[in-house]
Design a protein around this ligand. Structure first.
Ligand code: 5GP
Length: 193
């Protein structure tokens, strides 16, 4: 998606640890017009899928997932990061290793809000090693629901998550794929799609 690539080039900041910071339009302050365009693009890409629920993970996926849910006219469900170790029986839960913070944490969704009749489109802001995505897939699977597709705003194509998830047979669409980024020169190379 050219609009997103241009914005990343203009406002993205390269940080240590292969981190791309997009705080000024996606992860902290949000450009709602751009997020609206991205939501419409996900709707176009997955128009052939019978999606009845959007799933993301708190906190930074929620903005783009909201806009996507609005385009599909379906509810948005976000997985919560569990604060307590005592997970109750009324939730599905799994563990995720955080890319940006290097810690492992639990995520949960209530059994009231997802079940075997659901056809889920998973949406997230970034894809790096694929841990967050795998956690969300595990929750959908535990609920007996169907993963109809996965939409990612920015995939870092030089990290293994995208390849791993595609090899598992999931339909994964990323609006921008960064094939390389150089913290010294600031150069960002996008994959032709
Ligand atoms: P993964 O689980 O695929 O390794 O990492 C994905 C998660 O880590 C995303 O939900 C995102 O919050 C965070 N993340 C990974 N790489 C980056 C990055 O380069 N920039 C930002 N802002 N977040 C990232």
């Amino acid at each position: 998606m050219k609009l997103l690539e241009e914005r990343i080039r203009r406002d993205g900041i390269l940080a240590e640890g292969n981190v791309l910071k997009v705080d000024c339009f996606l992860n902290h302050m949000m450009d709602m017009r751009l997020l609206g365009e991205m939501g419409r693009e996900f709707k176009r890409l997955f128009a052939d899928r019978p999606v009845n629920k959007i799933l993301t993970i708190e906190a930074s996926g929620i903005g783009i997932a909201c806009m996507t849910a609005q385009c599909f006219d379906v509810p948005l469900l976000f997985a919560k990061k569990a604060r307590s170790l005592n997970i109750s029986g009324d939730v599905y839960s799994t563990e995720v290793r955080s890319y940006t913070y290097g810690q492992t944490y639990k995520i949960t969704v209530s059994k009231r809000f997802i079940g075997p009749k659901d056809h889920v489109l998973i949406i997230d802001d970034f894809l790096a090693n694929g841990c967050a995505l795998q956690g969300l897939i595990d929750l959908v699977t535990a609920a007996g629901a169907t993963v109809e597709g996965i939409g990612i705003c920015i995939e870092k194509g030089f990290q293994p998550g995208g390849k791993t998830i595609r090899e598992k047979g999931y339909r994964l669409e990323s609006l921008a794929i960064v094939d390389s980024m150089n913290i010294e020169t600031g150069e960002i190379v996008f994959r032709e799609q």
